[in-house]
Design a protein around this ligand. Structure first.
Ligand code: SAM
Length: 315
């Protein structure tokens, strides 16, 4: 029996490594387009909107002179937002070493008002302790933007990710992120006829192709890990495997790591809520080009649906 368990563990480990490798090589092969090319992109309005959401999430959950840990930092797309927030120290970790090199370049393009270090490493499947300089601990904010869903492959990975977050975070610090909304996935899957052989939803900008053997039952993913789908986003993500983050299960497991939920909003709801409570944000919206074709602030059409796939949270 022990031998059988060892074989199963080895098989799980090799399966996990294969998925990590697909994600790593996908992001490693994405070229750095530069600002001018990014502005030409056909999903530019979606990028502007998602950037605005992250900008608000960061602004609402940080203060000047704080220390920030960004897990899954990618090419460093949020460096500018953290600089705006007035932070004093930034540490970024990503599994894709090419993205880390690009993040370092992006940081160095001009004199920054804060110091930063970047490391290539797996922040979900392994401990990140060896990458962190003890003098940087504890961090005031740990941020996981558009990446935590990769951890929901297995319970072990989710627990390792949460222990990395919790071990690095100061008491009363903030853990913030953006992930696909499991309720949106349940809602869209339920509209696909049961006899449809390939379960897929989306539009010309994004798509989700279901890969898991099981579907949610009465709105619940059981067990809450390993529900795989392939995600496509035009000009950005080519059918890369991702995993559903069943939000209630995530919230419950996070409590084991002393993380308490204080904010959770699907993107569209968040946008309306934040502008309602702070009408001054409309000016920032305009300067960040978050505009519909009639000149009003917001997002419309297929880009709106693609962005509505996500939610933002803070613990
Ligand atoms: N956070 C950045 C942003 O918002 O622009 C990048 C988001 S990108 C969609 C997802 C990132 O997660 C990729 O850069 C990928 O390499 C990273 N990632 C995936 N699995 C990871 C892991 N196990 N450890 C660290 N980073 C990971």
């Amino acid at each position: 029996r022990r031998e059988q368990q060892a074989i199963e563990r080895a098989q799980e480990e090799s399966y996990r490594r294969r998925n990590d490798e697909i994600v790593r090589s996908h992001y490693n092969s994405r070229p750095e387009l530069g600002l001018a090319k990014r502005r030409e992109s056909s999903i530019i309005l979606l990028r502007y909107f998602n950037n605005f959401i992250k900008y608000v999430l960061i602004k609402n959950n940080s203060q000047p002179y704080q220390r920030i840990l960004d897990l899954g930092c990618g090419k460093g797309g949020d460096i500018h937002k953290w600089e705006n927030a007035g932070v004093s120290r930034f540490v970024g970790i990503d599994i894709a070493e090419v993205s880390i090199k690009q993040a370092i370049q992006r940081f160095k393009v001009r004199n920054r008002r804060f110091s930063a270090s970047f490391f290539a490493g797996d922040a979900f499947g392994t401990s990140i302790q060896h990458l962190i300089d003890p003098r940087d601990l504890p961090f005031d904010v740990v941020s996981l933007q558009f990446c935590m869903h990769y951890a929901f492959e297995s319970e072990a990975k989710v627990r390792q990710m949460l222990s990395n977050v919790s071990n690095c975070l100061k008491r009363d610090g903030r853990f913030i992120g953006t992930i696909p909304n499991s309720d949106f996935i349940i809602d869209h899957l339920s509209k696909i006829p049961t006899d449809e052989p390939v379960k897929k939803f989306g539009n010309s900008i994004y798509s989700v192709t279901w890969q898991s053997d099981t579907l949610p039952q009465d709105g619940i993913f059981e067990p809450p890990f390993g529900h795989k789908y392939l995600y496509y986003l035009k000009e950005a993500v080519d059918n890369v495997p991702e995993y559903v983050v069943p939000f209630e299960a995530f919230r419950a497991i996070a409590m084991d790591y002393d993380l308490e939920l204080i904010y959770k909003k699907p993107f569209m709801e968040m946008f309306d809520y934040e502008l309602d409570r702070n009408p001054g944000l409309a000016r920032e919206c305009r300067s960040m080009k978050v505009l519909k074709s009639n000149g009003e602030v917001g997002i419309e059409g297929e880009c709106r649906e693609a962005s509505a796939f996500y939610l933002a949270f803070a613990f």
